[in-house]
Design a protein around this ligand. Structure first.
Ligand SMILES: Nc1ncnc2c1ncn2[C@@H]1O[C@H](COP(=O)(O)OP(=O)(O)O)[C@@H](O)[C@H]1O
Ligand SMILES: [Mg+2]
Length: 311
């Protein structure tokens, strides 16, 4: 079994080599388990009155703090157990594990010799390691938010208007899960740094597309175009995706968020997504009807071919 150079943990990602399909399926399972563990932890925290939004405290929490309480009370016992189970799937790590100096302020400038900076974007600071694997570091903001997602509202003209908004750790883990479910670039979640709350992922290296290349015709096959009357999203290529039967808005698969993998297939490395809000959807019977049909027949669901300019 191959071990990651930085964490010493098993990994299936080595540079630009695409792991076999069976390993990629195992990755899907891993992401799902992590999200389930976080949902269990959130539910347990809510039951004892601990806030779960923003979720930074929850995600960084060390269960040892309540080991004694856990013996006395079933609700605290469940909180303790769920925190321990979650920690197995999202270990606390340190930036120093990746060669950064203690107290590092600028990841790009102080990354040491084992990582080569390749990009510093809105959400992630990305590096290429000596074996060509990609490592990404996602910084939380001072308000406890991290990454991005969508917030929805209803207007007179649209059943749903989707505005990009601050994300959460859960939204990030959901994003990685979606990337893998869309058969995007294999993505592992390595952990979260104890001191800074930086979420760290590892991804298979791909070839960049020409900047500004039109990707509207090469979106992942599972994505469904959304009739423009239902949704206005201020992002590129808004699409519908059913994850375990639940409708999601997936967007932002433009030329910088798709890369060509070693097998020649274009694969997602990044996206912006959120589950459609059930309460707002319910207010629009036509949308409810279309979603019900699209779930079973994504192609028949298209009322007419829509060009991205109209979305
Ligand atoms: N797996 C990858 N293979 C090749 N280049 C990558 C990979 N992941 C990221 N990059 C480069 O880093 C940039 C930023 O990464 P991305 O995951 O899109 O984060 P963000 O857009 O949130 O900063 C990408 O646009 C791309 O240029
Ligand atoms: Mg990006």
């Amino acid at each position: 079994m191959h071990l990651d150079h930085f964490t010493g943990k098993p990994t299936c990602i080595h540079g630009g080599r695409l792991p076999p399909a069976e390993k990629r399926r195992a990755l899907q399972h891993d992401h799902r388990l992590r999200l389930e563990a976080l949902a269990r932890l959130s539910a347990a925290a809510a039951r004892v009155g601990i806030g779960t939004d923003p979720d930074d405290d929850l995600v960084l929490w060390e269960s040892d703090e309540i080991a004694l309480l856990a013996e006395a009370d079933p609700l605290w016992h469940e909180l303790y157990e769920s925190a321990r189970a979650f920690r197995e799937l999202l270990p606390l790590i340190s930036l120093e594990d990746f060669g950064f100096p203690a107290g590092v302020e600028d990841l790009l400038a102080e990354c040491g010799s084992r990582l080569r900076p390749i990009s510093s974007g809105v959400e992630a600071t990305a590096f290429e390691a000596k074996d060509h694997s990609i490592y990404k570091f996602f910084m939380p903001r001072s308000n406890g938010r991290i990454g991005g997602t969508f917030a929805f509202r209803r207007t007179e003209d649209f059943a749903l208007v989707a505005d990009a908004s601050d994300g959460s750790y859960r939204a990030m883990l959901e994003k990685f899960n979606l990337i893998v479910h869309l058969d995007g670039m294999p993505t592992e979640v390595l952990g979260v740094t104890k001191n800074e709350g930086v979420l760290v992922t590892k991804q298979t290296l791909g070839k960049l597309l020409a900047e500004g290349a039109d990707t509207s015709q090469v979106q992942p096959a599972a994505l469904i175009a959304i009739p423009s009357r239902f949704l206005r999203a201020y992002r590129d290529h808004p699409r519908l995706y059913f994850l375990d039967g639940k409708p999601w808005l997936v967007a932002d698969l433009h030329s910088k968020n798709l890369v060509r993998a070693a097998d020649g297939v274009l694969r997602a490395i990044d996206l912006l997504a959120a589950p459609l809000p059930a309460d707002l959807v319910a207010k629009e019977p036509l949308l409810v009807d279309w979603l019900a049909r699209a779930l079973h027949d994504p192609t028949a669901a298209l009322l007419r071919p829509v060009h991205d300019d109209e979305l």
